[in-house]
Design a protein around this ligand. Structure first.
Ligand code: NAD
Length: 328
């Protein structure tokens, strides 16, 4: 990996879902971007030819140092072992190992004296006892403590948030932290076991639409609730937060609460198919989760606002095309 030239932005996890969209948005601003991921380039969800694309495992300190070599105005650290409930409940050790890229990227950014360091945290940091009801109270940033996050994945996110805070306080590294709430959209993971609920719903409904099958499975009773954040809002919030003066972690999430049953009903309606649902045991996560956006509105004068219906229309169209290509 040869990276010595300075760039405007470094994006880690750039071969993944959010990283691919964020790289596109930064390039559209005219920024020079170094995009880093450990996956082979032909497996990146979006590999933008105008970026300097680098394949490297950021678990290794020397690769982190090289990724910020020459300096950068903004580092967006998104690389993590990541997936929906089906993945994170069964891969807790792998999720916690994301502490390696996080630690080495913080050290590398400090040593290269980058101007801003963004860290992609998660609503999974929130204490489980605040999320026991489907009609859940929206989560405020202070609800992360006393700490009892999602086991494995959530603990790593909370630990790295804390580490980023102390790098800011002790070393003067300007860290910014978003707690993403269920990001969805085109060019994301839609099969293979790591997909999240919106992509899984779009895939199952697309398969039904294309094959004529009319029964699909939903984990649990489907009355568990979530809010889902469209990718364009996620990217806008990430860039605004990174360039803001907000040093405390901030929710970047929609506050449009829906049950999983309702999510499937919206997708089926978009697809124009009548379906029956079979509720089966499966990994469920917390009973309810929503984002309280009081603080983001106060800090950034902005909050995610894409209606779920609109975001799902675009997502369904894209997933439908992927499923169709696989079935052909
Ligand atoms: P993703 O899985 O699509 O992308 C993550 C990318 O990181 C992958 O391409 C992976 O190959 C890469 N990566 C993992 N370990 C690496 C390593 N050691 N070195 C280099 N690259 C490595 O996930 P995403 O949905 O784009 O999520 C991006 C970030 O946002 C992650 O940190 C995730 O935890 C966080 N987040 C996402 C959501 C969501 O709903 N998608 C919610 C909360 C937080």
């Amino acid at each position: 990996m040869h990276c010595a030239d300075p760039v405007d932005a470094v994006v880690t996890g750039a071969g993944g879902f959010i990283g691919g969209h964020l790289t596109r948005a930064l390039l559209a601003e005219g920024k020079t971007v170094r995009a880093v991921d450990r996956k082979p380039l032909d497996e990146w969800y979006q590999a933008h030819p105008d970026a300097h694309n680098v394949v490297a495992d950021l678990s290794l300190a020397e690769n982190c140092a090289k990724s910020v070599e020459g300096g950068a105005a903004e580092v967006y650290h998104l690389a993590a072992d990541m997936g929906g409930m089906g993945f994170i409940e069964n891969n807790k050790a792998a999720c916690m190992l994301s502490v390696l890229p996080s630690t080495h990227m913080l050290l590398a950014a400090r040593d290269a004296e980058v101007d801003r360091f963004f860290y992609a945290s998660s609503a999974c940091v929130y204490a489980a006892d605040k999320q026991t009801e489907a009609a859940v109270l929206p989560l405020r940033e202070e609800d992360a403590y006393p700490a009892m996050p999602e086991d494995g994945y959530g603990w790593e996110k909370l630990f790295t948030e804390r580490m980023a805070r102390h790098f800011r306080e002790d070393y003067g590294l300007a860290t910014r932290i978003a707690r993403y709430h269920n990001i969805y959209g085109p060019h994301g993971t839609w099969d293979g076991g790591r997909e999240k609920a919106p992509a899984a719903a779009c895939r199952k409904v697309a398969v039904a639409a294309l094959t004529g099958a009319r029964e699909i499975e939903i984990w649990g009773d489907g009355e568990q609730t979530r809010s889902f954040t469209y990718i364009e809002d996620c990217v806008t919030g990430t860039v605004r937060l990174t360039r803001s003066d907000t040093v405390e972690p901030l929710n970047v999430g929609s506050d449009e609460l829906v049950s999983i049953n309702r999510l499937y009903a919206i997708v089926a309606d978009i697809a124009g198919v009548d379906l029956t649902y079979r509720h089966i045991p499966g990994p469920l996560g917390v009973r309810g989760r929503n984002s309280d956006n009081t603080r983001i509105v106060k800090e950034l004068s902005w909050a995610p606002s894409t209606p779920l219906q609109r975001g799902l229309e675009a997502t369904y169209r894209w997933v439908y095309d992927q499923v169709k290509a696989c079935l052909n």
